[in-house]
Write a protein that binds this ligand. Structure first.
Ligand SMILES: C[S@@+](CC[C@H](N)C(=O)[O-])C[C@H]1O[C@@H](n2cnc3c(N)ncnc32)[C@H](O)[C@@H]1O
Length: 223
């Protein structure tokens, strides 16, 4: 079910997990704060030869869309891999107001393409200044073996109350192995048990100010 969050941007409520896909205080605001400002921008300014991003939970495609818009003016190839086991129906994706609210309706076909791409086929979504290559895993995170080449992980699973196993050692260790040394994982979650598990896995963990309505979020580095 489509909902409208406090900054006017849409999100989705799912009965299956009794959860919303974003903060009710603002979906776009949350994505900008947690994923773009806390992880993507600090890596973009390092002028790396390429940036490899892995997203846990494609959902509405908002994180992917905001990443696409943010990187368009940079000359850095972006490889964006995203995981989604329960894709949203296409008719819901087409109602989301993200292209309108980001003044990018001229590019909305790219947003729709992100939703419609087949599994495991890398697609060149744009090549204006540098390639943006997008690949979707349409399967559970538990069932995937990744390479160890990721610069940034957007860890955007439903909250620990909804899906506790996604915040426990086995999956977090899988995320650790997926990152390059110096790579970063960000998430809106700041739960104590989760942060302790990240440390057990080997991450260097930071609690930093969260988006609207949340005191803290988590940023964790692979040493
Ligand atoms: C918080 S939402 C993601 C929000 C998303 N990043 C966005 O921008 O809209 C969590 C997503 O994880 C997906 N999911 C839940 N369990 C999963 C699993 N075991 N493996 C892969 N995806 C899963 C859900 O279907 C949902 O789309």
């Amino acid at each position: 079910m489509l909902i409208t969050t406090e900054d006017g941007s849409h999100s989705v409520y799912t009965e299956q997990f009794d959860a919303t896909y974003h903060s009710r205080h603002g979906a776009i605001g949350e994505t900008l704060h947690v994923f773009i400002e806390a992880a993507l921008r600090p890596v973009l300014v390092q002028k790396r030869a390429e940036i490899r991003i892995l997203e846990m939970g494609f959902g509405t495609g908002l994180n992917a869309w905001m990443t696409f818009l943010e990187t368009r003016s940079h000359e850095i190839p972006i490889f964006y891999d995203t995981i989604e086991a329960f894709p949203l129906p296409s008719e819901i994706a087409r109602q989301l107001n993200y292209p309108q609210l980001t003044a990018s309706t001229d590019l909305e076909n790219i947003f729709f393409k992100m939703h419609d791409v087949p599994a495991l086929v890398p697609i060149l979504l744009s090549d204006v200044k540098a390639p943006f290559i997008f690949k979707k895993y349409l399967q559970t995170i538990e069932s995937i073996d990744f390479e160890s080449n990721t610069d940034i992980i957007y860890y955007d699973a439903f909250a620990p109350q909804a899906q506790p196993h996604l915040w426990e050692f086995a999956i977090l260790n899988k995320m650790f192995q997926t990152l390059k040394s110096g790579g970063v994982l960000v998430t809106y979650c700041a739960q104590g048990a989760f942060k302790r598990t990240l440390k057990q896995v080997g991450f260097k963990v930071e609690g930093i100010p969260g988006p609207a309505g949340k005191r803290e979020m988590t940023r964790a580095f692979k040493p």
